[in-house]
Design a binder for this molecule. Structure first.
Ligand code: GDP
Ligand code: ZN
Length: 364
């Protein structure tokens, strides 16, 4: 292997993609890229390689870049103070528009796989209440939007009360519905976790999303072999000589993959829960059984809500109030969308600037 190929391999282990590596090659040589592991009030923690090719970390000023954990950046030195000078073109991202139309938020960058975690419910409720397929679909489309690959993890298999064949059939059915891989595991009993290994290989970047209570922390603790997912801290000295502790939000998993686990990732999960209408869980659950995921429960074939209505299991009045709430919600979200589109354009312009400067750098 040439020196350059060795270098590329070392950086690939940190998640750098070939196109991003090329962007670091200049006529003058190689500008070493750094990966953002945490962002904290104007400062970011970075992971990179030292001159001997060993992993090393540092903390620098963020500048006014729109960066996210997982981003690759190039630095410039002003006096003895390093600062982010370029953000390399993102391979993938996870983002959302914040509520109330504030600027768009980049949640994470350069993710390969995003695990969408759901959980089986107690045995007796399983048929209708186990897995909320529509909620999973919302997560999947958010992941697809940014180009990462979603993998659905159905956790708590130990309480599912299903045998192996039933579980496999369910996974296959959901996989074809979602267009994504679906695996069933038990974080507590450790069952099925080995199927995750291919996604956790060296150089891959992964994240876990899903509503609270489905077992994300438990899964992470088991997969990382840690008692506590919040223990990996980076101690650093800021420029004022003060010690600061930043939780490292991009960290290494035992298999070599890089895990992104930020507060933003958790907020993102909560936001996607918003369109579940509170107090109408029964109808929402019925809706997960409708044949079409965008069923309006009016006259669609295979509509579980209409079926429950015709069987007297659902009161017409309840459906009426549910419809009224959903209609209002849709009006609100149409307004929200218009605002979000405006912010999106603004943010896209800023993002284009990042990409343009990265390209310029490449040409130099
Ligand atoms: P998070 O909010 O998604 O991070 O979920 P937690 O990891 O905090 O788990 C929520 C609850 O589910 C805890 O009481 C866990 O012990 C439990 N739990 C997690 N994984 C499993 C599992 O595989 N089987 C069972 N039965 N319970 C689980
Ligand atoms: Zn329906």
């Amino acid at each position: 292997m040439t020196d350059l190929a060795i270098l590329q391999k070392r950086y690939a282990d940190l998640g750098l993609k070939p196109g991003q590596f090329s962007a670091c090659l200049t006529e003058d040589g190689f500008a070493p890229p750094w990966r953002i592991t945490a962002i904290d009030r104007g400062w970011c923690s970075l992971l990179g390689l030292d001159e001997g090719g060993q992993e090393t970390t540092q903390r620098v000023r963020t500048g006014d870049w729109l960066i996210a954990v997982g981003d690759w950046v190039l630095l410039s030195s002003r006096a003895q103070d390093s600062v982010v000078e370029q953000v390399l073109d993102r391979a993938t991202y996870l983002r959302r528009a914040t509520r109330g139309g504030a600027a768009q938020q980049w949640i994470a960058a350069n993710l390969d796989t995003v695990f969408v975690v759901a959980a089986f419910g107690p045995t007796e409720k399983l048929e209708r209440r186990g897995i909320n397929a529509r909620r999973i679909e919302r997560y999947i489309s958010a992941v697809h939007e940014g180009g990462a690959i979603p993998v659905v993890i159905l956790n708590k298999l130990d309480v599912a009360g299903r045998d192996v064949e039933q579980t496999q059939a369910l996974c296959a059915e959901l996989a074809s519905r979602f267009g994504a891989a679906v695996v069933a595991v038990s974080a507590i009993e450790g069952g099925g976790l080995d199927v995750l290994a291919p996604y956790l290989e060296k150089g891959g970047t992964v994240a876990f999303v899903g509503p609270s209570g489905v077992g994300k922390s438990t899964l992470l603790n088991v997969l990382t072999g840690r008692a506590d997912a919040a223990t990996s801290d980076v101690r650093a000295t800021d420029m004022k000589g003060k010690h600061t502790t930043t939780r490292r939000e991009l960290s290494r998993m035992p298999g070599g993959a890089l895990l992104i686990d930020t507060p933003g990732m958790r907020e993102f999960a909560v936001l996607l829960e918003d369109d579940v209408v509170p107090g109408f869980d029964d109808i929402e659950e019925l809706a997960t059984e409708c044949r079409f995921s965008d069923c309006q429960h009016e006259s669609e074939p295979g509509c579980a809500v209409m079926e429950a209505l015709s069987q007297g299991a659902l009161q017409p009045d309840r459906l009426k109030s549910y419809r009224a709430i959903v209609r209002d919600g849709q009006r609100a979200s149409i307004k929200h969308d218009a605002k979000a589109r405006h912010e999106q354009r603004k943010s896209d312009k800023q993002f284009a600037r990042v990409v343009k400067s990265a390209k310029k750098f490449k040409k130099r």
